[in-house]
Write a protein that binds this ligand. Structure first.
Ligand SMILES: [Mn+2]
Length: 327
């Protein structure tokens, strides 16, 4: 029996067959999943004699330099000039059209080419012409691995390592509850195809700079726990970032780390960004907590176990306390 995903996959394959220039889009604030998945899919498409470009709104952080071909990912501005040559866009791990960064340049309806949207975010609004969404998958890399298997693509070392990086990143080294039997089967298959686990673990686990560790030290020393709700909160102001010589991206992983405390139900990391906004990152490891509900209530979104929101406002220190001033 055909499932609706099979139909979407067949339609996607048809679109790919008839398109020569294809643009693969990584989401803004790129992570290992969007980068590894895009590069893996891109190298398979190149083997099918397609002309592939990769683009991302934001600069790719240096910690991903270990991924082969990562230097081929361009900023969106660099590919705008000849944009109409692309006959197909494939968005990778983008939870919404805004996550692609393309909305800064086009309205979606202005785009002349179809979009294949491959993603695992639970609240993906299916903005593509074709949507291959599996919210039960640990990562987009896991979905793409499944697609390759289904259509009989042979994986080489490079493709396997890129996909493994995506899975390793999104499962937080297989620690997050999104790690399923399917995830581990896919991982095992990637290892059998030559994925370099050592390269992935080394580069993923030793990815913190001195300034990151300083920033973590500062915010960890000030965390607060709400005993009644079992929520731990950490707060970072722009001042803190400056003081530690750290960047906003250095906060990645803190919200997960706070769930190391055994009786914690969920964690929230509130941080200021340069645009006068407060960003909230919510994480839980528990099955009976859905942090996306709180994120939704605050105008954001995400998964049951990992969600976030952004709101205009400031964080103001008042002695040992921090006040959230929303605008
Ligand atoms: Mn992902």
């Amino acid at each position: 029996m055909f499932t609706s995903t099979d139909i979407q996959i067949n339609r996607a394959l048809y679109l790919i067959r008839r398109s020569f220039y294809i643009l693969l889009i990584c989401h803004r604030k790129p992570d290992a999943d969007t980068i590894g998945s895009a590069l893996a899919l891109g190298s398979v498409l190149k083997k099918q004699n397609k002309k592939i470009d990769y683009a991302c709104q934001d600069e790719i952080p240096a910690k991903f330099d270990f991924l082969e071909d990562v230097n081929k990912i361009k900023k969106i501005e660099q590919i705008l000039k000849n944009f109409d040559k692309y006959k197909l866009l494939i968005t990778i791990d983008c939870g919404s059209f805004e996550q692609t960064g393309l909305h800064n340049f086009f309205l979606q309806q202005e785009l002349k080419m179809p979009i294949i949207n491959i993603d695992h975010h639970q609240d993906n609004p299916e903005f593509g012409s074709i949507n291959i969404i599996k919210s039960e998958a640990s990562s987009t890399a896991e979905i793409i691995h499944g697609l390759f298997k289904k259509i009989g693509i042979k994986l080489d070392k490079k493709i396997s390592t890129n996909l493994l990086s995506g899975i390793f990143g999104d499962t937080d080294s297989f620690k997050n509850p999104n790690t399923s039997q399917k995830t581990l089967k896919a991982t095992s298959d990637l290892l059998a195809s030559g994925a370099n686990l050592k390269r992935v673990t080394k580069n993923t686990l030793q990815d913190k700079s001195l300034s990151t560790i300083r920033l973590w030290g500062k915010l960890l020393s000030e965390i607060k726990k709400n005993k009644k709700l079992g929520i731990v909160t950490a707060v970072v102001t722009n001042e803190d970032l400056k003081e530690c010589g750290a960047k906003h991206e250095d906060l990645e992983g803190v919200a997960n780390f706070l769930n190391s405390i055994p009786d914690v139900k969920a964690s929230i990391v509130l941080s200021e960004n340069e645009n006068g906004e407060i960003k909230g990152s919510l994480r839980t490891l528990r099955d009976d907590v859905d942090v996306s509900k709180l994120a939704h209530a605050l105008g954001g979104g995400g998964h049951r176990r990992a969600a976030g929101f952004t709101m205009p406002g400031k964080l103001v220190r008042n002695g040992a306390n921090i006040r959230v001033i929303s605008q």
